[in-house]
Design a protein around this ligand. Structure first.
Ligand code: MF3
Ligand code: CO
Ligand code: CO
Length: 268
Protein backbone atom coordinates (compact mmCIF):
# COMPACT_ATOMS: atom_id res chain seq x y z
CA UNK A 1 0.00 0.00 0.00
CA UNK A 2 1.26 3.47 -0.83
CA UNK A 3 2.24 5.38 2.31
CA UNK A 4 0.10 8.24 1.01
CA UNK A 5 -3.03 6.13 0.96
CA UNK A 6 -5.07 6.39 4.14
CA UNK A 7 -6.39 3.47 6.12
CA UNK A 8 -10.13 3.85 5.66
CA UNK A 9 -12.15 1.55 7.96
CA UNK A 10 -14.58 -0.69 6.05
CA UNK A 11 -17.76 -2.04 7.61
CA UNK A 12 -18.98 -5.05 5.69
CA UNK A 13 -19.89 -7.58 8.36
CA UNK A 14 -23.64 -7.72 9.10
CA UNK A 15 -23.16 -6.90 12.80
CA UNK A 16 -21.08 -3.84 11.90
CA UNK A 17 -23.69 -2.60 9.44
CA UNK A 18 -26.41 -3.23 12.04
CA UNK A 19 -24.42 -1.22 14.61
CA UNK A 20 -24.02 1.70 12.22
CA UNK A 21 -27.66 1.63 11.19
CA UNK A 22 -29.01 1.43 14.73
CA UNK A 23 -26.93 4.43 15.83
CA UNK A 24 -27.97 6.54 12.85
CA UNK A 25 -31.60 5.45 13.25
CA UNK A 26 -31.67 6.55 16.87
CA UNK A 27 -29.96 9.83 15.98
CA UNK A 28 -32.56 10.48 13.27
CA UNK A 29 -35.39 9.74 15.72
CA UNK A 30 -33.75 12.22 18.09
CA UNK A 31 -33.92 14.84 15.33
CA UNK A 32 -37.61 13.96 14.80
CA UNK A 33 -38.12 14.48 18.52
CA UNK A 34 -36.41 17.87 18.71
CA UNK A 35 -37.63 19.31 15.37
CA UNK A 36 -41.01 20.62 16.65
CA UNK A 37 -39.25 22.42 19.51
CA UNK A 38 -37.04 24.50 17.23
CA UNK A 39 -39.19 27.62 17.13
CA UNK A 40 -39.50 31.27 18.17
CA UNK A 41 -38.88 31.81 21.87
CA UNK A 42 -37.13 28.53 22.62
CA UNK A 43 -33.55 28.92 23.81
CA UNK A 44 -30.84 26.75 22.37
CA UNK A 45 -30.03 25.68 25.95
CA UNK A 46 -33.57 24.31 26.20
CA UNK A 47 -33.04 22.33 22.98
CA UNK A 48 -29.80 21.01 24.45
CA UNK A 49 -31.58 19.92 27.63
CA UNK A 50 -34.34 18.16 25.67
CA UNK A 51 -31.85 16.25 23.53
CA UNK A 52 -29.70 15.33 26.52
CA UNK A 53 -32.69 13.99 28.45
CA UNK A 54 -34.13 12.02 25.51
CA UNK A 55 -30.72 10.47 24.81
CA UNK A 56 -30.19 9.34 28.41
CA UNK A 57 -33.82 8.17 28.74
CA UNK A 58 -33.15 5.82 25.83
CA UNK A 59 -29.94 4.53 27.38
CA UNK A 60 -27.57 6.16 24.89
CA UNK A 61 -24.63 8.55 25.12
CA UNK A 62 -24.31 12.12 23.80
CA UNK A 63 -21.14 12.13 21.69
CA UNK A 64 -20.30 15.84 21.84
CA UNK A 65 -20.54 16.35 25.61
CA UNK A 66 -16.94 16.31 26.85
CA UNK A 67 -15.54 15.69 23.36
CA UNK A 68 -12.24 17.62 23.49
CA UNK A 69 -13.87 19.48 26.36
CA UNK A 70 -17.01 20.53 24.47
CA UNK A 71 -19.46 21.72 27.18
CA UNK A 72 -22.87 20.71 25.76
CA UNK A 73 -24.78 17.84 24.13
CA UNK A 74 -25.61 19.53 20.82
CA UNK A 75 -24.25 22.27 18.59
CA UNK A 76 -26.57 25.15 17.70
CA UNK A 77 -25.22 27.53 15.10
CA UNK A 78 -27.28 30.69 14.61
CA UNK A 79 -27.08 33.04 11.59
CA UNK A 80 -23.40 33.92 10.92
CA UNK A 81 -22.23 30.98 13.04
CA UNK A 82 -20.84 28.34 10.70
CA UNK A 83 -20.61 25.41 13.13
CA UNK A 84 -19.91 24.35 16.74
CA UNK A 85 -22.13 27.06 18.25
CA UNK A 86 -22.63 26.41 21.98
CA UNK A 87 -26.25 26.39 23.20
CA UNK A 88 -27.04 29.45 25.34
CA UNK A 89 -29.87 31.43 26.94
CA UNK A 90 -30.74 33.59 23.93
CA UNK A 91 -34.26 32.74 22.68
CA UNK A 92 -34.54 31.98 18.98
CA UNK A 93 -36.26 34.87 17.29
CA UNK A 94 -38.20 35.59 14.14
CA UNK A 95 -35.90 35.68 11.11
CA UNK A 96 -33.08 33.57 12.61
CA UNK A 97 -31.65 30.53 10.90
CA UNK A 98 -30.23 27.89 13.24
CA UNK A 99 -28.37 24.69 12.54
CA UNK A 100 -28.97 21.93 15.09
CA UNK A 101 -26.25 19.26 14.99
CA UNK A 102 -26.83 15.99 16.86
CA UNK A 103 -24.41 13.13 17.47
CA UNK A 104 -25.12 10.04 19.56
CA UNK A 105 -23.20 6.92 20.55
CA UNK A 106 -25.39 3.80 20.48
CA UNK A 107 -23.69 0.59 21.62
CA UNK A 108 -20.31 2.03 20.63
CA UNK A 109 -21.41 3.24 17.18
CA UNK A 110 -21.81 6.91 16.15
CA UNK A 111 -24.62 8.62 14.23
CA UNK A 112 -24.22 12.28 13.19
CA UNK A 113 -26.56 14.69 11.37
CA UNK A 114 -27.71 18.28 11.28
CA UNK A 115 -30.45 20.47 9.85
CA UNK A 116 -30.78 24.22 9.48
CA UNK A 117 -34.15 25.56 10.61
CA UNK A 118 -35.81 28.82 9.62
CA UNK A 119 -37.42 30.58 12.59
CA UNK A 120 -40.66 32.40 11.79
CA UNK A 121 -40.45 34.38 8.59
CA UNK A 122 -36.89 34.74 7.36
CA UNK A 123 -35.48 36.98 4.63
CA UNK A 124 -35.57 35.76 1.06
CA UNK A 125 -31.76 35.73 1.07
CA UNK A 126 -31.69 33.47 4.14
CA UNK A 127 -34.36 31.15 2.74
CA UNK A 128 -32.52 30.76 -0.55
CA UNK A 129 -29.24 30.04 1.26
CA UNK A 130 -30.83 27.35 3.42
CA UNK A 131 -32.49 25.73 0.40
CA UNK A 132 -29.26 25.84 -1.64
CA UNK A 133 -27.36 24.19 1.22
CA UNK A 134 -29.99 21.45 1.58
CA UNK A 135 -29.87 20.82 -2.17
CA UNK A 136 -26.04 20.81 -2.16
CA UNK A 137 -26.00 18.06 0.49
CA UNK A 138 -27.97 15.74 -1.78
CA UNK A 139 -26.01 16.73 -4.86
CA UNK A 140 -22.88 15.71 -2.94
CA UNK A 141 -24.34 12.42 -1.75
CA UNK A 142 -25.63 11.53 -5.23
CA UNK A 143 -22.23 12.30 -6.76
CA UNK A 144 -20.55 9.45 -4.94
CA UNK A 145 -20.48 5.84 -6.07
CA UNK A 146 -18.78 2.61 -4.99
CA UNK A 147 -15.20 2.68 -6.22
CA UNK A 148 -15.42 6.44 -6.87
CA UNK A 149 -13.38 9.05 -5.06
CA UNK A 150 -14.08 11.47 -2.24
CA UNK A 151 -13.12 14.32 -4.55
CA UNK A 152 -16.29 13.76 -6.58
CA UNK A 153 -18.40 14.76 -3.58
CA UNK A 154 -16.65 18.08 -3.08
CA UNK A 155 -16.59 18.79 -6.77
CA UNK A 156 -20.36 18.35 -7.05
CA UNK A 157 -21.07 20.43 -3.95
CA UNK A 158 -18.80 23.27 -5.04
CA UNK A 159 -20.42 23.37 -8.49
CA UNK A 160 -23.90 23.42 -6.99
CA UNK A 161 -23.02 26.17 -4.49
CA UNK A 162 -21.23 28.32 -7.05
CA UNK A 163 -24.28 28.09 -9.30
CA UNK A 164 -26.31 29.85 -6.63
CA UNK A 165 -23.58 32.41 -5.94
CA UNK A 166 -22.59 30.92 -2.57
CA UNK A 167 -19.19 30.08 -1.16
CA UNK A 168 -18.28 26.75 0.45
CA UNK A 169 -16.47 26.60 3.80
CA UNK A 170 -13.06 24.97 3.36
CA UNK A 171 -11.70 24.84 6.91
CA UNK A 172 -14.25 22.30 8.22
CA UNK A 173 -15.23 19.11 6.47
CA UNK A 174 -17.18 15.86 6.67
CA UNK A 175 -15.51 12.76 8.05
CA UNK A 176 -15.43 9.02 8.26
CA UNK A 177 -17.54 7.74 11.16
CA UNK A 178 -18.15 4.41 12.86
CA UNK A 179 -16.77 3.35 16.21
CA UNK A 180 -15.00 6.71 16.28
CA UNK A 181 -16.59 10.16 15.91
CA UNK A 182 -14.10 11.48 13.36
CA UNK A 183 -11.90 9.17 11.28
CA UNK A 184 -10.59 8.78 7.73
CA UNK A 185 -11.53 9.74 5.13
CA UNK A 186 -11.93 13.49 5.54
CA UNK A 187 -14.71 14.71 3.24
CA UNK A 188 -13.91 18.22 1.95
CA UNK A 189 -16.88 20.00 0.40
CA UNK A 190 -14.72 21.46 -2.35
CA UNK A 191 -12.71 19.52 -4.95
CA UNK A 192 -9.29 19.21 -3.34
CA UNK A 193 -6.66 17.25 -5.19
CA UNK A 194 -5.66 14.96 -2.29
CA UNK A 195 -9.18 13.48 -2.11
CA UNK A 196 -8.58 11.82 -5.49
CA UNK A 197 -6.65 9.21 -3.54
CA UNK A 198 -9.51 8.39 -1.18
CA UNK A 199 -11.61 5.66 -2.77
CA UNK A 200 -15.13 4.99 -1.51
CA UNK A 201 -15.19 1.20 -1.30
CA UNK A 202 -18.42 -0.49 -0.25
CA UNK A 203 -18.40 -0.45 3.55
CA UNK A 204 -17.08 3.09 3.90
CA UNK A 205 -19.20 5.12 6.31
CA UNK A 206 -18.87 8.91 6.34
CA UNK A 207 -20.69 12.19 6.76
CA UNK A 208 -21.44 14.82 4.15
CA UNK A 209 -22.05 18.17 5.83
CA UNK A 210 -21.61 21.18 3.54
CA UNK A 211 -21.52 24.68 5.02
CA UNK A 212 -22.47 27.40 2.51
CA UNK A 213 -22.05 31.14 3.06
CA UNK A 214 -23.66 34.14 1.40
CA UNK A 215 -20.31 35.97 1.57
CA UNK A 216 -16.79 34.58 1.51
CA UNK A 217 -15.65 31.09 2.59
CA UNK A 218 -13.28 32.17 5.34
CA UNK A 219 -14.10 31.59 8.98
CA UNK A 220 -12.94 32.85 12.36
CA UNK A 221 -12.84 30.84 15.58
CA UNK A 222 -14.14 32.68 18.66
CA UNK A 223 -11.16 32.71 21.03
CA UNK A 224 -13.33 33.52 24.03
CA UNK A 225 -15.06 30.12 24.02
CA UNK A 226 -12.68 28.15 21.80
CA UNK A 227 -15.55 26.60 19.79
CA UNK A 228 -17.87 29.00 17.98
CA UNK A 229 -16.91 29.31 14.32
CA UNK A 230 -18.25 32.36 12.47
CA UNK A 231 -17.94 33.60 8.93
CA UNK A 232 -15.06 36.07 8.77
CA UNK A 233 -17.30 38.65 7.05
CA UNK A 234 -20.32 37.96 9.34
CA UNK A 235 -22.45 36.83 6.38
CA UNK A 236 -25.11 34.16 6.93
CA UNK A 237 -24.07 30.49 6.87
CA UNK A 238 -26.17 27.31 6.62
CA UNK A 239 -25.38 23.59 6.94
CA UNK A 240 -27.04 20.20 6.53
CA UNK A 241 -25.50 16.82 7.41
CA UNK A 242 -26.24 13.15 6.94
CA UNK A 243 -24.35 9.97 7.76
CA UNK A 244 -23.94 7.85 4.62
CA UNK A 245 -22.87 4.24 4.07
CA UNK A 246 -21.39 3.32 0.70
CA UNK A 247 -22.88 0.02 -0.44
CA UNK A 248 -22.30 -2.16 -3.53
CA UNK A 249 -25.23 -0.38 -5.16
CA UNK A 250 -24.47 3.20 -4.12
CA UNK A 251 -24.74 5.58 -1.17
CA UNK A 252 -27.32 4.78 1.49
CA UNK A 253 -28.35 7.62 3.81
CA UNK A 254 -28.54 6.23 7.34
CA UNK A 255 -29.87 9.28 9.20
CA UNK A 256 -33.15 9.75 7.31
CA UNK A 257 -36.64 9.23 8.67
CA UNK A 258 -40.00 9.83 7.03
CA UNK A 259 -40.59 12.88 9.27
CA UNK A 260 -37.57 14.88 8.18
CA UNK A 261 -37.06 16.91 5.01
CA UNK A 262 -36.65 14.63 1.99
CA UNK A 263 -34.39 14.95 -1.01
CA UNK A 264 -35.94 17.36 -3.53
CA UNK A 265 -38.19 19.05 -0.97
CA UNK A 266 -38.80 22.77 -0.94
CA UNK A 267 -38.18 23.66 2.70
CA UNK A 268 -41.03 25.41 4.52
N1 MF3 B 1 -21.26 17.12 15.02
C1 MF3 B 1 -20.09 17.82 14.54
C2 MF3 B 1 -19.71 17.17 13.23
O1 MF3 B 1 -20.55 17.12 12.38
C3 MF3 B 1 -18.96 17.78 15.50
C4 MF3 B 1 -19.21 18.54 16.74
S1 MF3 B 1 -17.89 18.30 17.78
C5 MF3 B 1 -18.26 19.27 19.10
O2 MF3 B 1 -18.67 16.62 13.03
F1 MF3 B 1 -17.38 18.97 19.99
F2 MF3 B 1 -18.21 20.54 18.71
F3 MF3 B 1 -19.46 19.00 19.51
CO1 CO C 1 -20.14 15.35 11.33
CO1 CO D 1 -22.54 16.80 13.08
Amino acid sequence: MSPLRKKIPLYTRPEQIEGLKAASRFNAELMDFVRPHVKTGTTTEELDRLVHEYTLDHGHTPACLGYHGYPKTICTSVNEVVCHGIPNKRPLSDGDIVNVDLTTIVDGWYGDQSETFMIGSVSTAARQLVQATFDALFVGIRACRPGGTVRQIGHAIQMSATDGGYSVVREYQGHGIGQEFHQDPGIPHFPNFASNRDVLQPGTCFTVEPMLNIGGWKTRLDKSDGWTVRTMDKSLSAQFEHTVLMTESGPEILTLTDDGPQEGDTLA
